[in-house]
Design a protein around this ligand. Structure first.
Ligand SMILES: Cc1cc2nc3c(=O)[nH]c(=O)nc-3n(C[C@H](O)[C@H](O)[C@H](O)COP(=O)(O)OP(=O)(O)OC[C@H]3O[C@@H](n4cnc5c(N)ncnc54)[C@H](O)[C@@H]3O)c2cc1C
Length: 470
């Protein structure tokens, strides 16, 4: 079918949450004409909500992935506040068979700094990417995005004359030229009415439709091609990862443990105290990256046994101890069996729905257990606290936080990745992705700050690229 019209823009950005807004932030003061396509409406609707249901298998179920993927202007940024932290060099270097990131920590650090204000934080917090790797425990707290990081006001975008926003435009899939070098069209739907628009060769497309959404579009079949446009690598949908999250136990802790860290000379606005194992030990012990955070325990009755333990150590160490809950967050190993696929049924916007498979591995949960044990020993040895380790919570009731990652991973080799180091889909000169779907490994840290950093980096890259074109 011939294109009936063109989306006439220099850059088409799809999605309006963090992955997209941070790219736009870097582009908006240029003279580039930016068209923003958003599948949701300005507020949540039943129609929008119906689009994110997947058949969920494994450990993340009960609308877990879909519940983290809002089809509305601003995306998931509208419905949460929470914690994030920068990744570290160790997360990116491909230790122990994990895929390597195609960019260095120095490059990301620069963008953590630039994007920190977007996350409501001081740029100095980016100093945390570097630490003394020989230390067994390093305090690497999370930043707290409170109030929520919300892009709910579309005027922040549309006050720029060069930006056009179209809501309720759900992108279904792309079409490509015969040479398979450029995206030349977009199938999309408005209130379920399916339409097509052409895309000019010099138009850059940025896909920011969420950790699952980016892959969903690249998995939609094209009746004229053997493989869907964008999945020439065959890797789209593979190595789905989230973050196992569990309470690891409790402890009577010296309040100095939860003080603001000073080693990185950071100026936190709000922070959640947490510790990770240093890089050298993680490598030696063959662990994944895991962190344990501390929050004051909810008020509850202390049993006589617990009271005896508290009093014993307070007397022995000559200091007051307070009851804290310890909470573990670990990285999940990239495993090709953990994946998303499309099913034959379509949603109301005309996209084939998703089936997700995602299961925690022994290493995922054991890394939390070992980290909790070593931290407990470290606190005891240094007269800083006495903790419990909750086996059931770690191994039997493991809980995950659906931060969908890995399903369009970026890398240096087109045979082993979907996108290049800037998130450009290898086969196409004009199709870019941003979001946690790029992450080849996820580290322990919740993903949003890294998404924001990569978004600003991509924005800067596009500015340079488009200047070259003139
Ligand atoms: C309850 C909850 C708690 C969370 N807690 C944390 C936390 O503590 N720390 C942290 O770092 N992260 C947290 N997250 C994750 C965080 O929300 C995501 O990392 C972040 O929102 C991802 O941004 P994104 O732009 O990639 O995708 P999304 O926020 O998912 O946005 C995707 C955008 O694309 C649009 N879209 C989707 N499909 C289409 C389509 N086909 N066509 C057109 N538009 C489309 C959507 O409407 C939306 O605007 C949490 C999420 C939730 C829901």
């Amino acid at each position: 079918m011939d294109p009936i019209k063109y989306f006439d823009a220099d850059v088409i950005v799809i999605g309006t949450s963090i992955a997209s807004q941070t790219v736009i932030q870097q582009l908006k003061n240029s003279n580039l004409r930016i068209l923003v396509l958003e599948g949701g409406d300005y507020e949540l609707t039943k129609f929008g909500d119906s689009l994110t249901f997947s058949d969920e298998r494994g450990h993340y179920i009960n609308h877990h992935w879909g519940g983290h993927w809002s089809r509305v202007y601003g995306g998931a940024s509208r419905i949460w506040n929470g914690f994030s932290a920068p990744l570290e060099k160790w997360d990116l270097v491909g230790i122990d068979g994990r895929p390597k990131w195609p960019i260095s920590i120095d490059e990301i650090e620069k963008y953590y700094r630039i994007s920190a204000p977007t996350m409501g934080e001081d740029p100095s917090v980016a100093n945390l990417v570097k630490y003394d790797t020989a230390k067994m425990f390093v305090d690497r707290p999370y930043i707290i995005m409170d109030p929520p990081l919300s892009y709910s006001d579309p005027k922040l975008l549309t006050k720029n004359k060069n930006i056009e926003l179209r809501v309720k435009h759900n992108v279904i899939r792309f079409t490509a030229d015969d040479a398979s070098t450029h995206i030349n069209g977009i199938w999309y739907s408005v209130d379920g009415d399916v339409r097509f628009a052409g895309v000019k060769k010099n138009t850059r497309i940025v896909l920011g439709t969420g950790g699952l959404g980016n892959a969903q579009i690249l998995l939609q079949p094209d009746p004229k091609r053997q493989v869907p446009v964008g999945n020439e690598s065959g890797l789209v949908g593979k190595t789905l990862m989230g973050h196992p999250h569990v309470p690891t136990g409790e402890g009577f802790i010296d309040p100095s443990v939860v003080k603001k860290p000073t080693w990185a000379q950071v100026k936190y606005k709000k922070w959640l105290p947490a510790y990770i194992i240093g890089a050298d030990y993680k490598t030696k012990l063959n662990l994944l990256n895991a962190s344990i955070s501390f929050t004051p325990a909810a008020v509850r009755e202390i049993s006589p046994n617990e009271q005896a333990v508290q009093e014993f150590y307070e007397k022995k160490w000559g200091k007051r101890l307070a009851l804290f809950t310890l909470y573990g967050r670990t990285e999940q190993l990239p495993n090709p069996d953990n994946r998303i696929e499309i099913v034959s049924e379509k949603n109301a916007a005309g996209l084939h729905r998703l089936k997700t498979y995602c299961v925690f591995s022994a290493k995922d949960t054991m890394s939390i257990d070992t980290t909790a044990r070593l931290l407990g020993e470290h606190l005891l040895r240094n007269k800083l606290g006495v903790t419990t380790i909750d086996n059931d919570s770690i191994f039997l009731k493991t809980w995950g936080w659906a931060h969908p990652s890995g399903v369009t991973r970026f890398g240096t080799d087109p045979k082993e990745s979907v996108c290049d180091s800037y998130g450009r889909v290898w086969s196409y000169q004009n199709l870019y992705i941003n979001g946690s779907s790029l992450f080849p490994t996820v580290g322990y840290a919740n993903p949003t700050w890294t998404i924001a950093a990569l978004g600003m980096r991509l924005g800067d890259h596009l500015l340079k690229e488009m200047k070259k074109v003139g």
